[in-house]
Design a protein around this ligand. Sequence first.
Ligand code: ATP
Ligand code: MG
Length: 377
Amino acid sequence: MPVTKDDVIASLSQVAAPDGRPLPATGTLSDIVVGDGKVFFSISVDASAVQAWEPVRKRAEAAVKAIPGVQSAMVALTAERKGGGDGAAARPSPAAAAAARPRSGIGDPVGVPGVASIIAVASGKGGVGKSTTAVNLALGLRDLGMKVGVLDADIYGPSMPKLLAIREKPQTIGGTRLKPIERHGLTVMSIGFLIEEDTPMIWRGPMVMSALTQMLREVEWGTLDVMVVDMPPGTGDAQLTMAQQVPLKGAVIVSTPQDLALIDARRGIAMFRRVNVPVLGIIENMSTFICPNCGTRSDIFGHGGARHEAERLKVPFLGEVPLVMSIRETSDAGLPIVVSEPEGPHAAAYRAIAAAIRAQLDAGTAGRAAPKIVIDA
Ligand SMILES: Nc1ncnc2c1ncn2[C@@H]1O[C@H](COP(=O)(O)OP(=O)(O)OP(=O)(O)O)[C@@H](O)[C@H]1O
Ligand SMILES: [Mg+2]
């Protein structure tokens, strides 16, 4: 018999909250996602009560794992900034939140202590090379002497474990905080470090949000000049909420040159503009194909489309990266090209893009253009 939500709630009613009440009665549970023998949910509590709740989270996880038919259980503890006890599911929908957000804002999404700037690498369309760009761009910023972090916000399809060949699990500090993984001088966190590669990503809105908030706020990022966030593809509610929840200095849009991708890039730009996050510019990826055998260049997806689009939309054009076999191969091998061929032309292209972004961060263009955004919580 497949496990049901009711089975999970029944087993959780045997788990006592810090005040002695059965866990389901406390109003702290998110939606419970059950699928294929796997159970996910989060417990949202006031930030000041996290210590007291951690043992409850552990007991809840153990109780769910003990249900016959459950293969794995993941229970996340999420700290609410204020209030508490209202549960993630009680938050306004992203659309409602966006509608309610004042254009010129009165608040700021709370910054991450120690992190000077956070930038998103995004695209409207999937598979255009965001993650590849994010990691090589992060390495390019590192080469400029910056201390750089990478947050893999693609909860459904995390890429950093593979791109950086990271297989170890992050250690916990003091029971509630996670220590990110260090690789090639980058400080990296991804949901992929915490769950097995073949775990189906059946998380739903509130779960995704709590995972993102946790990766942002419950990870010891240390002191960073810049954090590069690898965004999931698309411009739907989930992405919109992410764009609002992360205190972004700006967003970088990756696009391939063909029209279809550019339409999605335009949607991406519109999304960031809607939440008052400045667009730092567009990168044209897979710009020109360079044949690995003969070195001949051909424009498979066209060429120059993103530059033209950037001009049209009045956002900076940050540079182009060709479609080359070695970029894909090095990505697949877990050694991004900026690490594996640091003297090569492609590493130089990423560094040039990094320099263009840094110049904007240094000039404060990114921060200045941003009327303050109000966070949902
Ligand atoms: N410039 C490039 N040259 C050759 N291959 C590339 C280049 N950029 C990305 N790729 C390859 O294209 C594929 C998709 O790239 P990537 O995973 O970075 O895209 P993405 O936009 O993050 O995808 P998703 O939307 O699924 O998150 C990967 O196999 C990657 O190695
Ligand atoms: Mg990706």
